[in-house]
Design a protein around this ligand. Structure first.
Ligand SMILES: [Zn+2]
Length: 420
């Protein structure tokens, strides 16, 4: 046996040992007697599946580093949304393959440290970034191939039709670069016709190249933004069910109930999973009005209709979101608050949103915490998931594909105050 984890608590409260060999869970029972090359004492801490992050704009993460190289950085007004989005264009023109990879590696190490076993990275493909962001992220995927699952999505962040010739031809080149999925962002296009043409183009390319498609959908408070239903309808018409997924769909919250209900039923029929990364939508815009928007889709109604809903980090230190440590325990806490998953069993639904649901989107094989599954295990210094959300504890051991990839050593002392 390669690794033996002693005295872990599972979600259902049972205490168990977990044996790992050749990357897989080969025993899960109390008091395993076999010897192991490495023995880890969980000491009554919680064992859960390692996290899956299905959406991260890794090429733009930590954008202040390249931003600092620009003249405009000195007096930059970060509070001005238009200035931020304008500056990211300048930053992207500075991209080199190596520079993008270096910043993305920071995100990967943070992911590992915080217990992530699989991550989907979005690379901007447009006239500013060219194919350099994509190449940088593909290099990172290659470098970490034996550590964790990295997937790379070619993503036309600026839309396709504002600069059609260049973005479309870049996307077509990207499809020859062994990418894992193609992205889209139809709601950004200037007209309803071009939004539909955007969806049609991406789905046609996905189908032709036998790839999944991952769209950013209606990330706006505008109730006339209707790309989610068009993506769902075309997915059904083209027979691409379960091959297409979406992020945000925030306008759904602004439709009247009857229309929202119709869209939710279409989304269900399309087999889409919706990623709701509400912590980002909450702070992206400068819209300051009352009631303050939460920036999230109808998570409860989607779930009630049987639509899988996930949540992901999405952004780290970029024009859309200023924070982020690539920690899905932190993201889960945001979802618990913004989505009101706060009492009883509701809290456990957030765990699925950062584990099994995004794992299905990424088609992870043998992902589970049972005999024969790949050993992707996170030992959290908590007794249960509710406590983990509350206390945001350290990730004591991170095991990915059967290997210990990270361990936390943290020591806190109180003076004359007893212990926690
Ligand atoms: Zn995003």
């Amino acid at each position: 046996m390669d690794i033996l984890i002693r005295n872990a608590i599972l979600q259902d409260g049972t205490v168990t040992d977990i044996g790992i060999e050749d990357g897989c869970i080969t025993a899960i029972q109390p008091e395993i007697t076999s010897a192991a090359k490495l023995e880890l004492d969980a000491n009554g801490q919680l064992a859960i599946l390692a996290f899956v992050n299905g959406h991260l704009h890794a090429c733009k993460s930590f954008w202040r580093e390249p931003l600092d190289k620009l003249e405009l950085a000195r007096n930059f007004d970060f509070t001005n949304m238009a200035a931020r989005f304008g500056a990211i264009s300048d930053v992207k023109r500075l991209y080199t393959v190596e520079e993008v990879a270096t910043r993305a590696e920071k995100s990967i190490l943070l992911a590992v440290r915080h217990g992530t076993c699989a991550i989907r990275l979005f690379a901007d493909v447009d006239s500013d970034a060219g194919l350099r962001a994509l190449e940088g992220l593909l290099n990172v995927r290659e470098k970490y191939r034996d550590v964790l699952t990295v997937q790379v999505v070619a993503f036309p962040q600026n839309g396709v039709f504002r600069a059609r010739a260049s973005t479309e031809s870049l996307l077509r080149q990207a499809l020859e670069m062994n990418i894992d999925a193609i992205g889209g962002i139809p709601w950004l296009e200037p007209s309803e016709e071009s939004q539909k043409a955007h969806v049609d183009l991406i789905l046609e390319l996905a189908k032709k190249h036998d790839l999944d498609a991952h769209f950013v959908l209606d990330d706006t408070e505008d109730p006339t933004s209707r790309s989610t239903e068009y993506v769902a309808a075309r997915t059904i018409e083209l027979g691409l069910q379960t091959r297409v997924h979406g992020t945000q769909a925030n306008a759904l919250a602004y439709y009247d109930d009857a229309h929202a209900d119709r869209v939710i039923r279409l989304v269900k029929e399309s087999g889409m999973t919706i990623f709701s990364n509400a912590h980002v939508a909450l702070v992206t815009t400068n819209l300051r009005h009352q009631p303050a928007p939460r920036g999230m889709t109808r998570v409860f109604e989607l779930q009630a209709a049987g639509v899988p809903v996930a949540t992901a980090q999405d952004d780290i230190d970029n024009p859309y979101y200023p924070f982020g440590r690539n920690d899905l325990l932190e993201v889960a806490q945001y979802m618990a608050h913004l989505g009101q998953f706060t009492w009883g069993d509701e809290i456990n639904r957030v765990l699925e949103m950062v584990t099994s649901i995004p794992a299905k989107v990424m088609r992870l094989e043998n992902y589970g915490l049972s005999l024969g599954c790949k050993a992707n295990i996170l030992i959290l210094n908590a007794k249960n998931w509710r406590d983990a959300i509350q206390f945001q504890p350290e990730k004591s051991f991170v095991i990915v594909n059967g290997k210990l990839v990270s361990r936390a050593v943290r020591h806190q002392e109180f003076f004359g105050l007893g212990t926690l």
